[in-house]
Write a protein that binds this ligand. Structure first.
Ligand code: PMP
Length: 373
């Protein structure tokens, strides 16, 4: 129950366990093509958008998005709601981009007014935002930011590593993610979908990105796989691609999957509240559906996470430097959202750990609150 890598469905586990196939075999090509088509469905975009599926983690997807949409000397605005916005800024600085960050107080997204003010002052070529920051559990609504960026001729890139599959798909020029979170596959794949305007930005570049992350290198390969033809640029992670195709196939109705994540998150919030726990995000409206970032219970310290672990449930400690020692995080994304017994076991483990820490809590009531809206 950490916020990634997540627990996998039996079918995804089985797909990942099959012998590796060649990337130019019919089965290898078919699963790659299936995964790309399914990405458009989950991202809710049309055929004019190009999905990319690369071996690498979410950070590689960030690198690919940043270096294909920006050039040295250009200006970028990064809206920071946790540690991953800072990471994006570092990636952009290495690309030679002039970066301005607007950082929200911990537990909040950057306000629309602050984002607008920064856009007007900086006139950025590209705006970057983290949809759900995994270090704070804060969800930023990309809708108004995208509209403001478009009105000013800027592209919007969304880091959806902790959101894609579990939150409503953003309208943006690039939405990137990784395999090990809400999409429900093993770690090791970087996924991104580029709009026609983002693809055009890459074409207009005079300083191309590093070879491996260059969309222009991958475009003919991805097109070939989608058309069922063999092709090669760099060896795809074929076993992971098969697991990913299976995981994406399990998201039969993306809107229903997003709604299920929202319902589970609401149940988890009721359970935390019954235990007297407080969330790091300051308002429900900007609290993620995919994880809960929580303040540690009164009188406990970081060893509390180990007490939960002793109950057989793995949750994560704090990640954000300002609040690391005072918070813990529980993931509730992907396959586990279809497993009420696992969610109940998680709430029970947290409640028992609180009781063992000398706190008076009604664990049964908290478990009941999960399902009693
Ligand atoms: N962005 C966000 C929002 C993340 O949560 C993470 C990973 N937790 C990353 C980027 C980086 O992804 P990875 O660890 O797969 O490189």
């Amino acid at each position: 129950m950490i916020p990634g890598p997540v627990a996998l469905s039996p079918a995804v586990l089985a797909a990942a366990a099959e012998p590796p196939v060649s990337h130019v075999s019919p089965v290898g090509i078919a699963s790659f093509g299936d995964a790309l088509r399914a990405m458009r469905r989950v991202w809710a975009v049309g055929d004019d958008h190009q999905p990319f599926l690369l071996a690498g983690s979410g950070t590689l997807a960030m690198e690919s998005a940043a270096s294909n949409t920006t050039e040295p000397g250009q200006r970028a605005l990064v809206l920071v709601s946790g540690v991953f916005g800072d990471r994006m800024a570092r990636i952009l600085e290495r690309r030679g981009v002039t970066v301005e960050k607007v950082t929200a107080p911990v537990g909040e997204p950057v306000s629309t007014a602050a984002a607008a003010e920064a856009m007007d002052r900086l006139r950025p070529h590209v705006v970057f935002v983290t949809h759900v920051d995994t270090s704070t559990g804060v969800r930023t609504d990309p809708g108004p930011i995208g509209a403001m960026a478009r009105a000013r001729g800027a592209l919007l890139v969304v880091d959806g590593v902790c959101s894609v599959g579990g939150e409503a798909p953003p309208v943006a020029d690039v939405v990137l993610t990784a395999s090990q979170k809400a999409l429900g596959a093993p770690p090791g794949l970087a996924l991104l979908v580029a709009s026609p305007a983002a693809l055009q930005a890459r074409l207009a570049q005079t300083s191309p990105p590093p070879l491996y992350v260059d969309w222009e290198e991958w475009l003919p390969i991805h097109r070939a796989y989608e058309e069922g033809r063999p092709s090669y640029f760099a060896t795809p992670a074929t076993s992971l691609v098969r697991a990913m195709a299976t995981a994406l196939g399990e998201i039969e109705d993306p809107a229903a999957t997003v709604a299920r994540h929202a319902a589970v998150a609401e149940g988890m919030r009721r359970a935390w509240s019954a235990l007297g726990l407080r969330l790091v995000p300051t308002e429900v409206a900007h609290t993620a559906s995919t994880l809960s970032a929580l303040w540690l219970p009164e009188g406990t310290d970081a060893s509390f996470v180990g007490r939960i672990g002793a109950q057989g449930v793995a949750v994560a400690g704090g990640l954000h430097s300002e609040i690391r020692a005072r918070t813990f995080r529980v993931g509730h994304m992907g396959w586990v959202t279809t497993q009420p017994a696992l969610l109940a076991r998680t709430v029970r483990a947290v409640g028992v750990a609180m009781r063992e820490s000398g706190l008076e809590v009604d664990v049964d009531a908290a478990v009941a609150a999960l399902t009693e809206g």
